[in-house]
Design a protein around this ligand. Structure first.
Ligand SMILES: [Zn+2]
Length: 64
């Protein structure tokens, strides 16, 4: 039986410690905690290596 552990992609805390929001991305399911959701929105480059494909996400706010 393959059981995927549900943890935040950024901090690896599980739902026993923090509420987790489930994301669908590129056919995969990922979870992120509210603390790290702003990173996904505003600074997804920080999730490169944690969330597959994060390097292709654009931040929601542009400062230039
Ligand atoms: Zn987190």
């Amino acid at each position: 039986m393959s059981q995927e552990k549900t943890t935040c992609v950024a901090c690896q805390r599980d739902d026993a410690e923090v509420p987790l929001l489930q994301l669908s991305y590129r056919g995969g399911k990922f979870d992120i905690c509210p603390q790290h959701l702003p990173i996904l929105i505003h600074d997804p480059a920080r999730l490169v290596g944690l969330l597959p494909g994060a390097e292709e996400l654009s931040p929601a706010d542009h400062h230039d």
